[in-house]
Design a binder for this molecule. Sequence first.
Ligand code: G6P
Length: 610
Amino acid sequence: MCGIVGYIGKKQAAPILIEALKRLEYRGYDSSGVAVIDRLNYELAVRKTSGKIKDLEELLESSPLPLSSVGISHTRWATHGAPNKINSHPHVDCSGKIVLVHNGIIENYEELRDILWKKGHKFVSETDTEIIVHLIEEYYKRDIFVAVQKAVKQLRGSFALGVLCLDEPDILIAARIGSPLIIGLGKNENFIASDVPAILEHTKKVIYLKEGELAKIQEDKIQLFDFDGRAVSCHIDKVTLKVDTVKKQGFPHFMLKEIHEQPSVLTQMFQHRIKNNKISFDDGGLSEKCFKGINHIFIVACGTAYHAGLVGKYLIEQLASIPVSIDVSSEFRYRTPVINKKTLVVAISQSGETADTLAAVKEAKLKGAKIISICNVVGSSLARVSDRVLYTHAGPEIGVASTKAYTAQLGILYLFAIKLGNARQTLSSIQAKMFIKDLKQIPSAYIKILKDKNAIAKIAENNAHYGCFLFLGRNINFPSALEGALKLKEISYIPAEGYAAGEMKHGPIALIDEYRAVICLAPESNIYEKMISNIQEIRSRRGKVIAIATEGDEVINKHADNVIFIPKINQLLTPFLIALPLQMIAYYIAVKRGCDVDQPRNLAKSVTVE
Ligand code: G6P
């Protein structure tokens, strides 16, 4: 979703603002823009364009910005109005002196636009954002901070803002509700950004702006206030991310790099969280006491995180024998789930900024539920509203299609289910130890699968021409089928559907003919034979079968056109191993079809609007 950057200091602002935008590209966008104030010549200059940042760079070559050491920049993911130049940010007021970038959605923008229009303000774009800059103009009486403070109190919805004023060029204003915003602290320079990777090359000292906070930022001073203008204290965090982790490190795409990082992410997780065969979530403050009195678990999440949650439901119910309900966050919010003090809500989100998941959690909290979140981004909004946080520590995930964050979420969910099973005495210590032993095999199994990467790539490429894919799985690999289909459609734009194999006869079988490819998840398990029956039903209708099966399976070759083997493992753990070939199939098909793997069209990494 939209990305915001701001700079105030002594260096040339434009190159910093553009480079930082490139680090936000992964969030997803369709246009971009930049504004700087030339303090010497009293000029506010704005450049914007649809398309990618390279299009903005080309524009800046033909129409250079004046020298300046203060500015804001933006990548826009269109919500209100087409992704064209006029609708892209920064937006400027009628006087041409106030300029603003925004991430979020202003829900009462039509009402405010009518009021402002009647007062004579002229609007040029179709965006909700533009009303904010005019509202600030309306309140502006030679104090930009006060004007922004008054304006934000009128806004409903979600917003992160960066604001500059030509008449007060030594001040950069930031504000937020709902959408994320951080302040980066440098020496005689300060930054704002939607997230840490944008400014990592300049500073590791950050302030996570809290909900309902405003910041008055100068090159050597930062002051924070609430929306009533009262000063509030600030906490400076030191981020531990390394610049290298947000680079491709020789891989052609971030997605492939992140696929390869999975063995080390899980190795580190297990080393960190398993000590003497005991699972520890001490850093998240999660002890067995937290489970006392809980009689129902709700899992809420979106996209890939939802699929991880679905695996979690199977696991928790099996190992800890407690009812688990799961919802996509946007549905959870608007139905009336029965929640009370005995409910535990587990929210899963890579970014910790997904608006629907945040809203679902806030709703559940109001009803008295305890919240545990499984989150990748340290300090994210979700982490801050949760009672306990179990970080996945998978490192920054830049590819829009989630890979390592998914398997890291699975890792935490397995550990969580074992710990809960232990606490509820539905899992004996011996059983828990066996699980832990099996879990520890996963990283080496991943390395083995990755060694077969060329063979997997070949199977993917040979099947890249199919116009439609079906993914079938059963039991704990039904979520794997959903995730495989999501991965493929996200990055290759091929229609793909994930289904519980047992449901095939209730609809999807009508699709099967020689033009469909069906990916059948058939690892060794107690329902293996049922999967083989499904495969035969597909073959007898001339469907192409690509199976994922367990090493040593000699039966499967007879039934499938192509087989990808995974190492033998406890059947409850197969979703880990199946995820890897599914990610690779999606990746190599997308590459073969010439798709933009890391930044697929229309998608955003962090969906900060509902
Ligand atoms: C977007 C991303 C997906 C992600 C989903 C949930 O749709 O493209 O990859 O799974 O959001 O994001 P979250 O950050 O909450 O896990």
